[in-house]
Write a protein that binds this ligand. Structure first.
Ligand code: S3P
Length: 433
């Protein structure tokens, strides 16, 4: 386990998330020794398993896992009684589920001086975020209609909060009478025809990653807009408080949200020996026409020596120098998979260079899996010793913090096929902007 507090955001997709930007800036501002990253999980259950493996202290949860997380934690805090969990904290060995979306929505409305009492509102969606939205609007006295593609889900939620529901094919009778439309749909698809919208409506768009069709229409018509970024920041402030016991200002989180939407040109795979980097790189190459820049191979080609020979004859420091030299070449590459050696993170400069034009994926596996994968392989000088297991555990512990700080997205390779992992990485890479 790393000697640092670890937090992560989980979801599918997840690479777009700005939560790491906010929380890491908060830690820096307040001198908290912690790291916040992204975890590309396939389910809430799987995320909790990975969280245990890494010694994660807390999670934030985004679509589509907020409702599954409600059923996966050990205890529910009263804030999550809406039926959705967006924050999980480990306390005394138990996962406790909280909801800070409710707070986030309330604060975003307040910040815009909007009192919803007596308003006619429409909530798009009936998932985890929508549950929090309906809760806030109903508690504050709005008349709410829930619109969802799966009508049964809308009906169930409507019944719980004594409000109306409606199918997305039947919006003409609902939308023109609305004062407020709160969209909790995780897509930028157009659901509401533009001609149903009016200038005097308030549009609250939860999606902060895209300028959705709804947002574009709202801007065109001159509607009052509440952005998903405001919701994101306020829910994050509350989660930060739960994680650290400290308050962080809106200004710090706002400033940290990186508006840069430039797509990174390459994908870098980092991780411990035996975490599957080379296997996954090959699988990705098969799925997509990307070539591989294998850092170890490049060193072997250049020196005409095996890695083991370099370590034996020139020592580790010479190997690290050669490794760094290869990483300086990454800036000239495009559309490549950079398959890095496990020790790449030991030099902080390597990470800075990689991050400049790569989306960095950290592959992880349990120590048992790693041992199984590399136990008969003698080509790795660092673990060529009697007690391989103890050596692996020792290096893993020393490096975990460095890996976590370097990663844009973490992906657990246990119980997933190389094809599944490769597909997820490509998908996440496409979702960055
Ligand atoms: C190393 C990992 C190896 C290779 C060298 C050092 C490390 O690469 O670069 O043996 O320090 O972890 P793989 O991670 O591809 O095994």
């Amino acid at each position: 386990m790393a000697d640092i507090d670890i937090y992560a955001i989980i979801g599918d997709p997840i690479s777009h998330s700005k939560s790491p930007d906010m929380h890491n800036a908060g830690f820096k501002e307040l001198g908290v020794d912690a790291v916040y990253t992204r975890l590309a999980a396939d389910s809430a259950k799987q995320a909790l398993k990975t969280a245990k493996l890494l010694g994660i202290n807390g999670l934030n949860i985004t679509s589509p896992f907020k409702e599954e997380m409600f059923f996966s934690v050990d205890e529910i805090h009263e804030s999550a009684e809406v039926g959705a969990v967006n924050t999980v904290i480990k306390r005394n060995g138990k996962w406790i589920g909280y909801n800070t979306d409710v707070y986030g929505i309330q604060k975003a409305l307040e910040a815009n001086n909007i009192d919803v009492s007596g308003m006619t509102a429409c909530v798009l969606g009936a998932g985890g975020a929508a549950k929090a939205a309906v809760h806030v609007l109903r508690t504050k006295g709005a008349d709410v209609t829930i619109v969802n593609r799966t009508i049964e889900k809308a009906e169930k939620l409507a019944l719980e909060y004594q409000c109306k529901f409606c199918s997305i094919d039947n919006l003409q009778g609902i939308i023109p009478n609305c004062d407020l439309i709160l969209s909790c749909i995780n897509t930028d698809m157009r659901i509401i025809p533009e001609d149903l919208l009016k200038k005097n409506m308030i549009i609250f768009e939860s999606n902060y990653a895209h300028k959705t069709a709804l947002l574009q229409s709202a801007e065109k018509l001159g509607c009052k807009i509440i952005t998903g970024e405001q919701w994101l920041i306020f829910q994050g402030i509350k989660a930060f408080e739960l994680f650290t016991g400290k308050s962080i200002s809106y200004k710090i989180f706002k400033k940290a949200i990186n508006p840069d939407k430039t797509k990174k040109r390459n994908i870098a795979l980092i991780g411990f020996m035996g975490s599957g980097k080379t296997t996954i790189a090959k699988e990705m190459k098969k799925l997509r026409e990307m070539n591989i820049f294998d850092v170890d191979n490049e060193i072997v080609k250049e020196t005409n020596k095996t890695i083991d020979e370099i370590f034996k004859t020139k020592g580790e420091s010479e190997f690290r120098r050669l490794e760094h030299k290869k990483i300086t070449q990454v800036k000239d590459l495009q559309h490549m998979i950079i398959d890095c050696g496990g020790g790449i993170v030991l030099d902080e400069c390597n990470i800075q260079l990689l991050k400049e034009n790569c989306l960095v994926f950290l592959l992880i596996a349990s120590p048992e899996t790693i041992i199984e994968r590399i136990k008969d392989d003698n080509s790795r000088p660092l673990v060529n010793c009697k007690d391989k297991k103890a050596r692996i555990q020792e290096i893993l512990t020393n490096r975990l913090k460095l890996y976590l700080r370097a990663a844009d997205v973490i992906i657990d390779t246990d119980e997933r096929t190389p094809e599944q992992i490769a597909k997820r990485i490509i998908y996440e890479n496409n979702k960055t902007c």
